[in-house]
Ligand binder design. Structure first.
Ligand code: GRF
Length: 196
């Protein structure tokens, strides 16, 4: 069985789009693949509620629980790996996962960890991508699915979705348009990967 582990921190709308596609396109029968775990870095992520309601296994590894550790990030990531690795994941999918992972962890999941970023990379790595695209006068925005590498938002690009920027756009309206493109893009990219 090809196990897919999805990591979230918040709303989880990409996660739910992936789960729904897995169901409607019957990933289990066609690719012997399933979403085996939804893991959140915060206990109050809205996506956890959705995942539980849809019968998915969920787990929380709360990054704040490691605040007092000598090296909080490595303690958090050790716990994360401990939660993920027993599933021998075929794919680890970052979907609105708001923690920056160390090079050790990204190397550990090399060629098995994907991320979605709300810009047309390599433009606008990091945060506030929509406002920065508006400020730069861009005519198009979009989202990128890429392999996760040591450098933030810089791994090999797998695929992108492009949306227009309208004259009337503000950060909020653009974010909604990009997010809805993400919901098409990410499940499709994962499905293509499962076909290989
Ligand atoms: C998306 O815009 C994604 O590109 C970014 O975080 C957001 C997550 O949204 N990495 P959701 O939690 O999937 O709704």
């Amino acid at each position: 069985m090809k196990n897919i582990v999805i990591l979230i921190s918040g709303t989880g709308s990409n996660m739910s789009a992936i789960v729904q596609r897995a169901k409607t396109q019957n990933w289990q029968a066609r690719f012997n693949a399933r979403v085996a775990l939804v893991l959140s870095s915060t206990p109050n992520a809205k996506g956890l509620v959705w995942a539980k309601e849809h019968g998915l296994p969920t787990q929380v590894v709360d990054h704040r629980a490691f605040k007092e550790a000598p090296n909080p990030r490595s303690a958090f990531e050790a716990q994360l790996i401990q939660a993920i690795d027993p599933l021998e994941p075929h794919l680890v999918v970052l979907a609105g996962f708001m923690r920056i992972l160390s090079p050790e962890t990204t190397r550990h999941y090399e060629d098995r960890m994907m991320n979605i970023h709300p810009s047309l990379l390599p433009a606008f790595t990091g945060l506030n991508t929509h406002q920065r695209a508006l400020d730069a006068g861009c005519k198009f925005a979009g989202a990128t699915v890429h392999w996760v590498s040591e450098e933030l938002d810089a791994g090999n690009i797998i695929d992108q979705a492009v949306v227009p920027i309208l004259q009337t756009d503000d950060e909020h309206s653009l974010a909604l348009r990009v997010l809805s493109a993400e919901h098409q893009l990410y499940p499709r990219v994962i499905e293509e990967h499962l076909k290989r």
